[in-house]
Design a protein around this ligand. Structure first.
Ligand code: NAP
Length: 305
Protein backbone atom coordinates (compact mmCIF):
# COMPACT_ATOMS: atom_id res chain seq x y z
CA UNK A 1 0.00 0.00 0.00
CA UNK A 2 1.26 3.48 -0.91
CA UNK A 3 0.25 5.14 2.37
CA UNK A 4 -2.68 5.23 4.74
CA UNK A 5 -5.11 7.62 3.00
CA UNK A 6 -8.04 5.42 3.96
CA UNK A 7 -8.78 1.76 4.36
CA UNK A 8 -10.77 0.07 1.64
CA UNK A 9 -12.48 -3.23 1.21
CA UNK A 10 -10.79 -5.35 -1.42
CA UNK A 11 -13.67 -5.66 -3.83
CA UNK A 12 -13.55 -2.15 -5.30
CA UNK A 13 -13.58 -1.78 -9.07
CA UNK A 14 -12.07 1.26 -10.78
CA UNK A 15 -12.03 2.38 -14.39
CA UNK A 16 -9.28 4.76 -15.51
CA UNK A 17 -9.48 6.37 -18.94
CA UNK A 18 -6.27 7.01 -20.86
CA UNK A 19 -4.45 4.55 -18.61
CA UNK A 20 -1.73 3.55 -21.04
CA UNK A 21 0.73 6.31 -20.17
CA UNK A 22 1.44 9.45 -18.20
CA UNK A 23 -0.63 10.27 -15.14
CA UNK A 24 -3.33 7.72 -16.01
CA UNK A 25 -0.85 4.83 -16.00
CA UNK A 26 0.43 5.85 -12.58
CA UNK A 27 -3.11 6.28 -11.25
CA UNK A 28 -3.76 2.65 -12.29
CA UNK A 29 -0.62 1.45 -10.54
CA UNK A 30 -1.35 3.35 -7.35
CA UNK A 31 -5.04 2.35 -7.17
CA UNK A 32 -4.06 -1.28 -7.64
CA UNK A 33 -1.62 -0.93 -4.75
CA UNK A 34 -4.67 -0.21 -2.53
CA UNK A 35 -6.16 -3.57 -3.45
CA UNK A 36 -8.57 -2.05 -5.95
CA UNK A 37 -9.27 -4.00 -9.15
CA UNK A 38 -8.36 -1.62 -11.94
CA UNK A 39 -9.76 -1.65 -15.45
CA UNK A 40 -7.03 0.18 -17.34
CA UNK A 41 -8.55 1.56 -20.51
CA UNK A 42 -6.82 2.93 -23.58
CA UNK A 43 -8.02 3.84 -27.04
CA UNK A 44 -5.31 1.76 -28.68
CA UNK A 45 -5.37 -2.01 -27.98
CA UNK A 46 -1.63 -2.46 -28.36
CA UNK A 47 -0.66 0.49 -26.18
CA UNK A 48 -3.18 -0.62 -23.56
CA UNK A 49 -2.02 -4.24 -23.52
CA UNK A 50 1.61 -3.11 -23.29
CA UNK A 51 0.75 -0.88 -20.32
CA UNK A 52 -0.82 -3.84 -18.50
CA UNK A 53 2.31 -5.87 -19.26
CA UNK A 54 4.46 -3.06 -17.81
CA UNK A 55 2.36 -3.15 -14.65
CA UNK A 56 2.63 -6.95 -14.46
CA UNK A 57 6.41 -6.60 -14.71
CA UNK A 58 6.19 -4.29 -11.68
CA UNK A 59 4.28 -6.99 -9.79
CA UNK A 60 0.85 -5.36 -10.25
CA UNK A 61 -1.51 -8.15 -11.23
CA UNK A 62 -5.05 -6.99 -10.43
CA UNK A 63 -5.30 -4.86 -13.57
CA UNK A 64 -7.46 -5.69 -16.57
CA UNK A 65 -7.24 -4.01 -19.94
CA UNK A 66 -10.29 -2.85 -21.86
CA UNK A 67 -10.31 -0.72 -24.99
CA UNK A 68 -11.98 2.69 -24.67
CA UNK A 69 -11.98 5.60 -27.08
CA UNK A 70 -13.85 8.22 -25.09
CA UNK A 71 -15.22 10.01 -28.15
CA UNK A 72 -16.66 6.82 -29.65
CA UNK A 73 -20.17 5.87 -28.49
CA UNK A 74 -19.87 2.21 -29.52
CA UNK A 75 -16.54 1.83 -27.72
CA UNK A 76 -18.16 3.25 -24.57
CA UNK A 77 -21.11 0.86 -24.88
CA UNK A 78 -18.78 -2.12 -25.23
CA UNK A 79 -16.99 -1.13 -22.02
CA UNK A 80 -20.28 -0.66 -20.16
CA UNK A 81 -21.49 -4.12 -21.30
CA UNK A 82 -18.21 -5.67 -20.18
CA UNK A 83 -18.38 -4.05 -16.71
CA UNK A 84 -22.04 -4.95 -16.32
CA UNK A 85 -21.41 -8.61 -17.15
CA UNK A 86 -18.18 -8.97 -15.19
CA UNK A 87 -18.81 -6.89 -12.05
CA UNK A 88 -22.41 -5.59 -12.11
CA UNK A 89 -21.20 -2.31 -10.57
CA UNK A 90 -18.47 0.30 -10.68
CA UNK A 91 -17.00 1.99 -7.60
CA UNK A 92 -14.55 4.46 -9.11
CA UNK A 93 -14.33 6.28 -12.42
CA UNK A 94 -11.23 8.35 -13.10
CA UNK A 95 -11.79 10.47 -16.19
CA UNK A 96 -8.14 11.06 -17.01
CA UNK A 97 -8.01 10.89 -20.83
CA UNK A 98 -7.57 14.25 -22.51
CA UNK A 99 -5.84 16.01 -25.36
CA UNK A 100 -4.32 19.44 -25.15
CA UNK A 101 -5.41 20.40 -28.67
CA UNK A 102 -2.23 22.21 -29.64
CA UNK A 103 0.75 21.27 -31.79
CA UNK A 104 4.19 21.70 -30.34
CA UNK A 105 6.68 23.00 -32.87
CA UNK A 106 8.09 20.05 -34.78
CA UNK A 107 11.75 20.99 -34.49
CA UNK A 108 11.67 20.85 -30.69
CA UNK A 109 14.08 18.42 -29.16
CA UNK A 110 13.06 18.41 -25.54
CA UNK A 111 16.00 16.26 -24.52
CA UNK A 112 18.20 19.20 -25.35
CA UNK A 113 15.91 21.67 -23.61
CA UNK A 114 17.41 22.71 -20.32
CA UNK A 115 14.26 22.43 -18.23
CA UNK A 116 16.41 21.72 -15.22
CA UNK A 117 17.57 25.33 -15.21
CA UNK A 118 14.07 26.76 -15.55
CA UNK A 119 11.67 27.54 -12.73
CA UNK A 120 7.93 26.75 -12.82
CA UNK A 121 6.92 29.98 -14.60
CA UNK A 122 9.75 29.79 -17.13
CA UNK A 123 8.66 26.26 -18.04
CA UNK A 124 5.04 27.35 -18.49
CA UNK A 125 6.28 30.26 -20.62
CA UNK A 126 8.34 27.79 -22.69
CA UNK A 127 5.16 25.80 -23.40
CA UNK A 128 3.17 28.84 -24.47
CA UNK A 129 5.97 29.97 -26.78
CA UNK A 130 6.33 26.62 -28.50
CA UNK A 131 2.80 25.77 -29.59
CA UNK A 132 0.45 26.43 -32.45
CA UNK A 133 -3.28 26.16 -31.92
CA UNK A 134 -5.55 25.51 -34.87
CA UNK A 135 -9.30 25.07 -35.15
CA UNK A 136 -9.05 21.29 -35.73
CA UNK A 137 -7.09 20.84 -32.53
CA UNK A 138 -9.46 23.14 -30.67
CA UNK A 139 -12.46 21.09 -31.81
CA UNK A 140 -10.71 17.88 -30.83
CA UNK A 141 -9.93 19.20 -27.38
CA UNK A 142 -13.55 20.27 -26.78
CA UNK A 143 -14.85 16.95 -28.15
CA UNK A 144 -12.45 14.87 -26.06
CA UNK A 145 -11.97 16.78 -22.84
CA UNK A 146 -15.57 17.92 -22.35
CA UNK A 147 -17.92 15.81 -24.49
CA UNK A 148 -15.89 12.58 -24.26
CA UNK A 149 -15.63 12.84 -20.48
CA UNK A 150 -19.35 13.64 -20.23
CA UNK A 151 -20.36 10.76 -22.47
CA UNK A 152 -18.28 8.20 -20.55
CA UNK A 153 -19.66 9.51 -17.27
CA UNK A 154 -23.28 9.37 -18.39
CA UNK A 155 -22.84 5.82 -19.68
CA UNK A 156 -21.31 4.63 -16.40
CA UNK A 157 -23.65 6.41 -13.99
CA UNK A 158 -25.99 3.44 -13.53
CA UNK A 159 -23.11 1.15 -12.64
CA UNK A 160 -21.67 3.76 -10.26
CA UNK A 161 -25.06 4.01 -8.58
CA UNK A 162 -24.93 0.25 -8.01
CA UNK A 163 -21.90 0.81 -5.78
CA UNK A 164 -22.35 1.53 -2.07
CA UNK A 165 -19.86 4.40 -2.42
CA UNK A 166 -19.53 5.43 -6.08
CA UNK A 167 -16.94 8.03 -6.97
CA UNK A 168 -15.97 10.02 -10.02
CA UNK A 169 -12.77 12.01 -10.27
CA UNK A 170 -12.44 14.22 -13.30
CA UNK A 171 -8.79 15.00 -13.86
CA UNK A 172 -8.79 18.74 -14.30
CA UNK A 173 -6.21 21.48 -14.57
CA UNK A 174 -5.46 24.90 -13.16
CA UNK A 175 -5.65 25.91 -16.84
CA UNK A 176 -9.43 25.37 -16.47
CA UNK A 177 -9.89 27.76 -13.56
CA UNK A 178 -12.49 30.45 -14.14
CA UNK A 179 -9.94 33.22 -13.73
CA UNK A 180 -8.48 32.12 -17.10
CA UNK A 181 -11.63 33.47 -18.78
CA UNK A 182 -11.84 37.25 -18.77
CA UNK A 183 -15.35 37.37 -20.33
CA UNK A 184 -17.40 38.27 -17.26
CA UNK A 185 -20.68 36.86 -18.57
CA UNK A 186 -19.14 33.48 -19.48
CA UNK A 187 -17.35 33.30 -16.16
CA UNK A 188 -20.52 34.08 -14.25
CA UNK A 189 -22.56 31.55 -16.23
CA UNK A 190 -19.99 28.82 -15.57
CA UNK A 191 -19.97 29.65 -11.88
CA UNK A 192 -23.76 29.99 -11.44
CA UNK A 193 -24.40 26.34 -10.67
CA UNK A 194 -27.99 27.03 -9.50
CA UNK A 195 -28.98 28.13 -12.99
CA UNK A 196 -26.42 26.54 -15.28
CA UNK A 197 -27.63 23.78 -17.62
CA UNK A 198 -25.90 21.34 -19.94
CA UNK A 199 -27.58 23.16 -22.84
CA UNK A 200 -25.97 26.43 -21.75
CA UNK A 201 -22.61 24.68 -21.49
CA UNK A 202 -23.02 23.44 -25.06
CA UNK A 203 -23.98 26.95 -26.24
CA UNK A 204 -20.89 28.43 -24.58
CA UNK A 205 -18.62 25.84 -26.19
CA UNK A 206 -20.20 26.46 -29.61
CA UNK A 207 -19.70 30.18 -29.18
CA UNK A 208 -16.08 29.62 -28.15
CA UNK A 209 -15.40 27.56 -31.30
CA UNK A 210 -17.10 30.15 -33.51
CA UNK A 211 -15.00 32.90 -31.94
CA UNK A 212 -11.89 30.76 -32.41
CA UNK A 213 -12.63 30.34 -36.12
CA UNK A 214 -13.36 34.03 -36.51
CA UNK A 215 -10.09 34.99 -34.80
CA UNK A 216 -12.03 36.73 -32.03
CA UNK A 217 -10.87 34.90 -28.92
CA UNK A 218 -9.16 37.83 -27.29
CA UNK A 219 -11.84 40.32 -28.31
CA UNK A 220 -14.50 38.15 -26.66
CA UNK A 221 -12.60 37.48 -23.45
CA UNK A 222 -11.64 33.86 -24.06
CA UNK A 223 -8.19 32.64 -23.04
CA UNK A 224 -5.52 32.62 -25.74
CA UNK A 225 -2.88 29.89 -25.78
CA UNK A 226 -4.13 26.39 -24.92
CA UNK A 227 -7.50 28.12 -25.28
CA UNK A 228 -9.67 25.11 -26.18
CA UNK A 229 -8.09 22.96 -23.48
CA UNK A 230 -8.70 25.67 -20.89
CA UNK A 231 -12.30 26.28 -21.94
CA UNK A 232 -13.04 22.54 -22.18
CA UNK A 233 -11.62 21.94 -18.70
CA UNK A 234 -13.60 24.90 -17.33
CA UNK A 235 -16.75 23.38 -18.87
CA UNK A 236 -15.85 19.96 -17.43
CA UNK A 237 -15.42 21.55 -13.99
CA UNK A 238 -18.86 23.16 -14.24
CA UNK A 239 -20.38 19.87 -15.42
CA UNK A 240 -18.78 18.12 -12.42
CA UNK A 241 -20.56 20.55 -10.10
CA UNK A 242 -23.90 20.05 -11.85
CA UNK A 243 -23.56 16.30 -11.68
CA UNK A 244 -22.55 16.32 -8.02
CA UNK A 245 -25.76 18.19 -7.18
CA UNK A 246 -27.85 15.83 -9.22
CA UNK A 247 -26.31 12.72 -7.62
CA UNK A 248 -25.70 13.46 -3.94
CA UNK A 249 -25.11 9.78 -3.18
CA UNK A 250 -21.98 9.80 -5.36
CA UNK A 251 -18.69 11.63 -4.65
CA UNK A 252 -17.94 13.60 -7.84
CA UNK A 253 -14.91 15.88 -7.81
CA UNK A 254 -12.22 17.48 -9.95
CA UNK A 255 -8.52 16.92 -9.30
CA UNK A 256 -5.67 19.01 -10.68
CA UNK A 257 -2.55 16.82 -10.55
CA UNK A 258 -0.04 19.70 -10.71
CA UNK A 259 2.37 20.46 -13.54
CA UNK A 260 3.65 17.02 -14.49
CA UNK A 261 6.40 15.73 -16.80
CA UNK A 262 4.34 13.87 -19.42
CA UNK A 263 3.93 13.90 -23.20
CA UNK A 264 1.20 16.49 -22.77
CA UNK A 265 3.71 19.00 -21.40
CA UNK A 266 6.60 17.71 -23.56
CA UNK A 267 8.28 16.67 -20.34
CA UNK A 268 8.49 20.25 -19.11
CA UNK A 269 6.56 19.74 -15.84
CA UNK A 270 7.96 19.99 -12.34
CA UNK A 271 6.34 16.86 -10.87
CA UNK A 272 6.94 13.21 -11.71
CA UNK A 273 3.97 11.14 -12.91
CA UNK A 274 4.07 9.39 -9.54
CA UNK A 275 3.65 12.70 -7.71
CA UNK A 276 0.95 13.92 -10.09
CA UNK A 277 -0.99 10.67 -9.84
CA UNK A 278 -0.78 10.76 -6.05
CA UNK A 279 -2.64 14.09 -6.13
CA UNK A 280 -5.42 12.42 -8.13
CA UNK A 281 -5.52 9.24 -6.07
CA UNK A 282 -5.82 11.26 -2.87
CA UNK A 283 -9.12 12.66 -4.19
CA UNK A 284 -10.29 9.22 -5.34
CA UNK A 285 -9.70 7.89 -1.83
CA UNK A 286 -11.39 10.68 0.13
CA UNK A 287 -13.07 9.32 3.26
CA UNK A 288 -16.56 7.91 2.78
CA UNK A 289 -19.16 10.71 2.88
CA UNK A 290 -16.44 13.27 2.06
CA UNK A 291 -16.62 16.27 -0.23
CA UNK A 292 -18.44 16.26 -3.53
CA UNK A 293 -18.71 18.86 -6.29
CA UNK A 294 -15.31 20.30 -5.35
CA UNK A 295 -12.03 21.16 -7.04
CA UNK A 296 -8.80 19.87 -5.55
CA UNK A 297 -5.44 21.31 -6.50
CA UNK A 298 -2.54 18.99 -5.78
CA UNK A 299 -4.67 17.03 -3.34
CA UNK A 300 -6.08 19.99 -1.37
CA UNK A 301 -9.57 21.44 -1.73
CA UNK A 302 -9.39 24.72 -3.58
CA UNK A 303 -11.51 27.21 -5.53
CA UNK A 304 -12.93 26.80 -9.06
CA UNK A 305 -12.13 30.48 -9.55
N1 NAP B 1 0.70 16.85 -17.44
C1 NAP B 1 0.27 17.91 -16.75
O1 NAP B 1 1.05 18.78 -16.34
C2 NAP B 1 -1.20 18.06 -16.45
C3 NAP B 1 -1.59 19.19 -15.73
C4 NAP B 1 -2.92 19.35 -15.43
C5 NAP B 1 -3.83 18.39 -15.82
N2 NAP B 1 -3.42 17.31 -16.54
C6 NAP B 1 -4.43 16.32 -16.92
O2 NAP B 1 -3.99 15.03 -16.57
C7 NAP B 1 -4.60 14.07 -17.46
C8 NAP B 1 -3.54 13.15 -18.01
O3 NAP B 1 -2.63 13.94 -18.74
P1 NAP B 1 -1.13 13.49 -19.04
O4 NAP B 1 -0.29 14.66 -18.77
O5 NAP B 1 -0.84 12.19 -18.42
O6 NAP B 1 -1.24 13.36 -20.64
P2 NAP B 1 -0.68 12.29 -21.68
O7 NAP B 1 0.60 11.70 -21.20
O8 NAP B 1 -0.73 12.98 -22.98
O9 NAP B 1 -1.78 11.13 -21.62
C9 NAP B 1 -3.07 11.35 -22.09
C10 NAP B 1 -3.80 10.04 -22.11
O10 NAP B 1 -5.13 10.26 -22.62
C11 NAP B 1 -5.35 9.35 -23.68
N3 NAP B 1 -6.36 9.85 -24.62
C12 NAP B 1 -6.35 11.00 -25.33
N4 NAP B 1 -7.45 11.10 -26.09
C13 NAP B 1 -8.17 9.98 -25.85
C14 NAP B 1 -9.40 9.50 -26.34
N5 NAP B 1 -10.12 10.18 -27.24
N6 NAP B 1 -9.87 8.31 -25.87
C15 NAP B 1 -9.16 7.61 -24.96
N7 NAP B 1 -7.97 8.01 -24.48
C16 NAP B 1 -7.48 9.19 -24.92
C17 NAP B 1 -3.99 9.16 -24.32
O11 NAP B 1 -3.99 8.02 -25.15
P3 NAP B 1 -2.92 7.84 -26.35
O12 NAP B 1 -1.65 7.36 -25.73
O13 NAP B 1 -3.59 6.83 -27.21
O14 NAP B 1 -2.77 9.19 -27.01
C18 NAP B 1 -3.16 9.01 -23.06
O15 NAP B 1 -3.33 7.73 -22.52
C19 NAP B 1 -5.34 14.89 -18.51
O16 NAP B 1 -6.71 14.97 -18.15
C20 NAP B 1 -4.70 16.24 -18.40
O17 NAP B 1 -5.55 17.27 -18.84
C21 NAP B 1 -2.12 17.13 -16.88
Amino acid sequence: MEGAISSWPNSRIAVVTGGNKGIGFEVCRQLASYGITVVLTARDETRGAEAVERLRALGVTDVIFHQLEITDASSITTLVDFLEARFGKLDILVNNAAVVGVEYFKQLDTKKEKFAGLDFYQRIEWMFKNVNERIDGARKSVQTDYYGTKRVTEALLNLLQSSSDGRIVNVSSDFGLLRCISNEEVRQDLNDIDNLTEERLAELLDKFLRDFEAGELEANGWPTGFSAYRVAKAAMNAYTRLLARRHPMLRINCAHPGYVKTDMTMGSGVLTTEEGARNVVKVVLLPEGGQTGKYFAKGEESSFM
